[in-house]
Design a protein around this ligand. Structure first.
Ligand code: BEZ
Length: 253
């Protein structure tokens, strides 16, 4: 997806964050893809869910801002293209747009992306998506910012790369563009981290670590992890991230 300083590495993602696509079943069910439908997967990543849309009989185009993720998708035999979410080039051609765990990386101008999705859909086309919602990874965000501040970096909140909207905020944006909202909800979803907090931070917190000199990054991540232990690590050393999802289904009027 479009995200200023997040570097995507498909093998690191597969190792530390496979759970993101594994937990995409609910939004797939909300979309309810039908055989023969033409579907756009926005922020397709390495194609794990795109493949499920194809298995449902849909004709699917995946787009992602990361060339590495797109080549991982193509290795699965998918039609995947490098495309910036701010510059979707499609017009009136999809029965549905699907998106999982991508829209929270669209911080600068979410409306432009929503407009691009609206344009891409045929009349009555639907848009089903799941993204981080208000309060998502709040403890992790606070620990990252507080630890940056101990390194003399003020205004640490300006480095937060994610947009985690409320229901009211995102509903308004969707309706302003012309969508009819069928379903929208915030869903707290504590999420076990198979490779611990360190694996999560190394995969997703790159916009924070990139601010620091390379020599200080390991110690920074150690300190963030240590701060989070009392809140997110249990007595057996198992980590759970404080995820909140925003899930919605809307229709082009
Ligand atoms: C996710 O992909 O689910 C995610 C990434 C960064 C922050 C929160 C969630």
């Amino acid at each position: 997806m479009t995200s200023s300083s997040q570097d995507w590495d498909s093998s690191r993602y597969a190792q530390n964050a496979r759970f993101v696509s594994d937990l995409g079943q609910s939004v797939l069910e909300l979309l309810n893809p039908q055989p023969g439908e033409r579907i756009l997967d926005l922020g397709c990543g390495d194609g794990a869910l795109t493949e499920k849309l194809v298995a449902a009989g849909a004709e699917v185009v995946g787009v992602d801002g990361s060339a590495d993720m797109v080549s991982a998708s193509r290795e699965r035999g998918l039609d995947a293209r490098v495309m910036d979410a701010y510059d979707l080039t499609f017009s009136n051609e999809f029965d549905a747009v699907f998106s999982n765990a991508a829209l929270h990386w669209i911080k600068r101008d979410p409306d432009t992306v929503i407009q691009g999705v609206y344009r891409a859909l045929k009349p009555s086309g639907r848009f089903a998506a799941e993204m981080g919602g208000h309060g998502c990874v709040a403890a992790i965000v606070v620990a990252l910012c507080a630890t940056l501040e101990t390194r003399g970096i003020s205004q640490s909140a300006s480095f937060i790369p994610w947009y985690f909207p409320t229901v009211d905020d995102y509903r308004l944006r969707l309706e302003r563009v012309g969508f009819r909202v069928e379903y929208i909800a915030l869903i707290p979803r504590p999420t076990p981290l198979p490779t611990g907090m360190r694996g999560w931070l190394e995969t997703f917190a790159i916009p924070f670590t990139n601010i620091l000199p390379e020599s200080g990054r390991g110690a920074f991540l150690d300190e963030v992890t240590q701060r989070l232990g009392p809140a997110l690590c249990d007595e057996r050393g198992r980590w759970t991230a404080d995820y909140v999802r925003l899930r919605f289904l809307v229709e082009k009027k």
